[in-house]
Design a protein around this ligand. Structure first.
Ligand code: BMA
Length: 313
């Protein structure tokens, strides 16, 4: 299967592990990714030695090596705030030109369950906390970089009475990032033996292309040996992003290498970050491997588009 996957793993994978960290940690994984002044910035989920996660910045001149890792977290739970008692997990980051800053969405985890937390930053050195924008249970949230028909669009995975009990990807709209419409369906798990049959969740913020928003998502299949997390591809309409134009039947990346097969949670590839290098047409997908390390795989955007455009809806 691996030879037919659309992404090519970087030979230096895993590119970041707990051993690289400037302070003692258990694991580093599921990073958000973006570019800041020509540098690649990852916002990495770091699980500390109590099991609780926080988010720390790592910077590299080329996105593959030469990382410098901040000595302190950018976003860590505030003592006394119940909704973030068990940490911040699985960030996504998108640059929002209208605000001239990046928006971070991540999971705040506490006794009430996972909820969607929003923060913004101008430099990845300081952060402004906006708080919880979607109450638990809700996670795997990412914002589109611009308004669509005047509204901000948040892809997410609520698990509430109002929808989403089947582990699907939904989206909500907002005029102001505070008030959100009722979630609308986007993508569902595929019933039966499919690789994405148990539940699915959005990966990195969707990438705008001339053909539509390119959606990279994770899908889980339940097996006797536990869940297998793989990565899939779809294309949704630019003006009506609930409209799925194409969805690839097969996964584009799945656990195969020892660092993806073995770790705290085996058989997991979990992407949260995508960087598109426009001059070369290359995209770099940053993912957590086995809930233990940070990896990167590359593809040409044109190849991803050709593959997804050839797929049915
Ligand atoms: C999901 C999330 C991810 C994690 C994955 C595999 O539900 O919690 O953070 O990588 O499970 O354990």
């Amino acid at each position: 299967m691996s030879s037919r996957e659309l992404f090519e793993r970087h030979p230096a994978n895993p590119i970041l592990t707990a051993a690289d960290w400037p302070y003692p940690v258990n694991t580093v994984f599921n990073p958000a990714a973006t570019q800041v002044d020509g540098e690649t910035v990852l916002l990495v989920r770091v699980e500390d030695l109590t099991g609780v996660s926080h988010l720390t910045v790592a910077r590299s001149p080329n996105g593959f090596d030469g990382w410098t890792i901040d000595a302190t977290p950018l976003l860590a739970p505030t003592p006394g705030i119940e909704s973030e008692l068990w940490g911040f997990e699985d960030p996504r980051v998108v640059y929002v030109p209208e605000h001239e800053r990046w928006t971070i969405t991540c999971t705040a985890y506490g006794p009430a369950g996972p909820a969607v937390f929003l923060a913004t930053t101008e430099d990845f050195r300081t952060v402004r906390r906006h708080g919880i924008i979607r109450q638990s249970d809700d996670k795997n949230a990412a914002l589109l970089p611009c308004r669509v028909r005047g509204k901000w669009i948040l892809f997410h995975r609520p698990k509430t009475e109002s929808g989403g009990s089947h582990g699907e990807i939904l989206l909500s709209r907002s005029p102001d990032l505070h008030n959100w419409s009722a979630p609308e369906q986007v993508l569902q798990p595929r019933f039966g033996a499919w690789w994405d049959s148990l539940r699915i969740g959005l990966g990195p913020p969707p990438l705008r292309t001339e053909h539509g928003w390119l959606v990279i998502y994770h899908g889980v299949k339940e097996t006797l040996g536990g869940g297998i997390y793989r990565v899939g591809l779809a294309l949704v309409d630019l003006e009506e992003p609930t409209r799925v134009l194409h969805r690839l039947p097969q996964w584009i990346l799945g656990p195969d290498r020892p660092y993806e097969r073995e770790g705290d949670v085996p058989n997991v590839v979990f992407p949260c970050g995508l960087v598109h290098d426009e001059p070369s047409g290359q995209v770099r997908l940053y993912y957590g491997a086995a809930d233990t390390s940070v990896c990167v795989a590359t593809a040409q955007l044109d190849d991803l588009l050709a593959a997804v455009l050839a797929a049915p809806a």
